[in-house]
Design a protein around this ligand. Structure first.
Ligand code: CP
Length: 306
């Protein structure tokens, strides 16, 4: 692996290696007085974010620092991008400053792929448009491993705005590769048209689709990517596709509630469900640091030093 662009292109062995190294990172750092490893000392990781982020940007920064790398945070909103500088020129400028890896979030699908054509270092996709968000899917799979004892044979319902969700796409390819059954549930207007050959079940009724699940992944309704009215009102969406306590009770007792964040509390998920012990939302954030440590380590060292 030279870059991490999508989960679709990962082999099962590569995905399992990342999850194994994630576990090693968590074990190596948890409980240490100084939670740091020397593996990436002298390396520079650039966070190149053209879109807002709370979790992913800070998580990559924390991960790189825990591996003793130097971190440069670049926010497009306060840079010469506002003066018209292109993605290529921005990337080449950062490379000239010695970037060994570039973590990029961009509203255009395919932007990370373009970067790989211009840069010598590793490129890590931190979310490109509605296309892919591979480290989110990896941290979700790791969270399932920890909470459910594995991914193989588990049934996962992904609920809501699938159409605009890079998290859904990355999870579909990763979870099915790891042997899970994936159900997509949402209003027909928020399911992509071209999913006939996706390895998933489709459902439109949330109550029915929650029966027998091991995990439910609630997606944020992405108002910022919607250029049309996909459902009549927020209240109706919430009534049909929101996860509340009544619906939580339809799930098996062991089943967990996941959300990649940020959440629209009261819309796709009730506050009481988001804060319940069955929700893994803050664990997912913690696990994101271990996953990003693992991918930075594997891409920058080829797994050869620790
Ligand atoms: N889950 C996720 O990508 O969150 P951010 O947009 O805050 O990074």
């Amino acid at each position: 692996m030279k870059h991490l662009l999508t989960t679709k292109e990962l082999t099962r062995e590569e995905a399992e290696l990342i999850l194994d190294v994630t576990e090693q990172m968590a074990e190596a750092v948890t409980g240490r007085e100084v939670p740091k490893l020397p593996a990436l000392r002298g390396r520079t990781v650039v966070n190149l974010f053209y879109e807002d982020s709370t979790r992913t940007r800070t998580s990559f920064e924390t991960a790189a620092k825990r591996l003793s790398a130097d971190v440069v945070n670049f926010a497009a909103k306060t840079s010469s991008v506002n003066k018209g500088e292109s993605l290529r020129d921005t990337a080449l400028t950062l490379q000239a400053m010695g970037a060994d890896a570039v973590v990029i979030r961009h509203p255009a699908a395919g932007a990370p792929q373009r970067l790989t054509e211009w840069l010598d270092g590793a490129v890590l996709n931190a979310g490109d448009g509605t296309h892919a968000h591979p480290t989110q899917a990896l941290l979700d799979a790791y969270t399932m491993q920890k909470r459910l004892g594995g991914v193989e044979g588990r049934t996962v319902a992904i609920v809501g705005d699938i159409l605009h969700s890079r998290v859904a796409r990355s999870n579909i390819w990763l979870l099915t590769k790891l042997g899970a059954n994936v159900r997509l549930v949402g209003p027909p207007t928020l399911l992509p048209k071209d999913i006939d050959d996706w390895p998933v079940e489709i459902g439109y009724d949330l109550d029915t689709s929650l029966k027998g699940v091991d995990a439910v992944m609630m997606l944020r309704v992405q108002h910022e990517r919607q250029n049309a009215a996909f459902f009549p009102t927020a209240n109706e969406y919430s009534r049909l596709y929101g996860l509340d306590e009544r619906r939580l009770a339809l799930m098996p007792d062991h089943a967990i509630v996941m959300h990649p964040g940020p959440m629209n509390r009261g819309m796709e998920i009730a506050a009481s469900v988001a804060d319940s012990p069955r929700a893994t939302i803050t664990e997912q954030v913690t696990n994101g640091v271990w996953v990003r440590m693992a991918v930075l380590y594997l891409l920058l060292t080829n797994g050869e030093s620790k």
